[in-house]
Design a protein around this ligand. Structure first.
Ligand code: ZN
Length: 287
């Protein structure tokens, strides 16, 4: 039975209520995942949990080995990923403690993070016009609405490099571009999940208004307040995830699951064995 993956970001390092818990170590051709994967049962379904920054939050956004994380989840038969990410808001209407189902990205990293599983003799170009899975987003959105949570459908996430937060000029620039939220981790992860044909949705938790807010309103934001927002939002996100599990189909039926069909340009006969081995579970169904 395909499993549901949960990648927790800042503030979300475990999922309460998991039963029959087992820790799984996965070795990948791309190195080690952020941590051991936690396999357990939640609301009757098998789920895998991975803390993006490792237990104890040891890994910076640019240091997260997304290829290892996604490869590990794929190798354990993950068909869907709920990705939780703390973000800064770039719009007055997206308030701290609100949730946002992100639907677009703009990449403002320095592009140094490995952003594909391919290469090494096998070329593939996935379509990425709609980078997030609408079906999983809809499941999360519906569950949040049923809980009465303040959640927004759609929003563009500008993926900054970090680890320092934005300068005021950057924050204002993102606002002038019409961006909705700013974070440091999601785009690279989503791209790799699409290559791995995993349905992937970002559940963004607004912790603060980024630095433009203070300049425009004169209201100062204390670190304590941001930490408290993160704590509240994480608790809400966990409850939302638990409630959403029952709405996942038993078998995935979504275009994300066919992302590589037609995307691999290299003729099958020319695929180097070494690359086939490295891609492992990602390429399995095309062999
Ligand atoms: Zn999908």
């Amino acid at each position: 039975m395909p499993r549901i993956g949960i990648i927790g970001g800042s503030g979300l390092y475990q999922i309460e209520g998991l039963e029959e818990i087992r820790e799984v170590r996965v070795e990948t051709p791309f190195g080690d995942p952020s941590d051991l994967l936690i396999l357990g049962r939640l609301e009757g379904r098998e789920v895998l949990f991975l803390p993006r920054h490792g237990r104890g939050h040891r890994i910076l956004p640019a240091e997260v080995n997304n290829r290892a994380n996604i490869w590990a989840l794929k190798s354990l038969d993950t068909a869907w990923i709920i990705s939780v990410s703390a973000v800064g808001s770039l719009k007055p209407g997206l308030k701290p403690q609100d949730l946002v189902i992100v639907d677009q990205f703009v990449d403002r990293t320095n592009q140094a993070r490995p952003n594909t599983f391919f290469g090494g003799g096998i070329a593939a170009h996935i379509t990425f016009a709609h980078p997030l899975c609408e079906s999983v987003g809809q499941i999360l959105y519906t569950a949040a609405r049923e809980m009465g949570a303040s959640i927004h459908w759609g929003g563009t996430y500008v993926n900054m490099e970090g680890p320092a937060f934005s300068t005021l000029a950057e924050s204002q620039l993102y606002r002038s571009w019409g961006m909705d939220v700013v974070g440091m981790t999601q785009m690279n992860e989503a791209r790799l999940a699409r290559e791995a044909e995993i349905c992937y949705a970002t559940l963004a938790m607004v912790t603060d208004y980024d630095c433009w807010w203070e300049a425009e309103t004169g209201q100062t934001v204390s670190v304590e307040l941001v930490v408290e927002n993160l704590r509240q939002s994480s608790a809400l996100a966990k409850e939302l995830i638990r409630r959403s599990i029952a709405s996942f189909p038993w078998q995935p039926a979504c275009a994300c699951q066919e992302a590589l069909a037609g995307a691999i340009i290299t003729e099958r006969g020319a695929w180097p064995q070494e690359s086939i081995t490295r891609l492992g579970p990602i390429l399995k169904k095309y062999l």
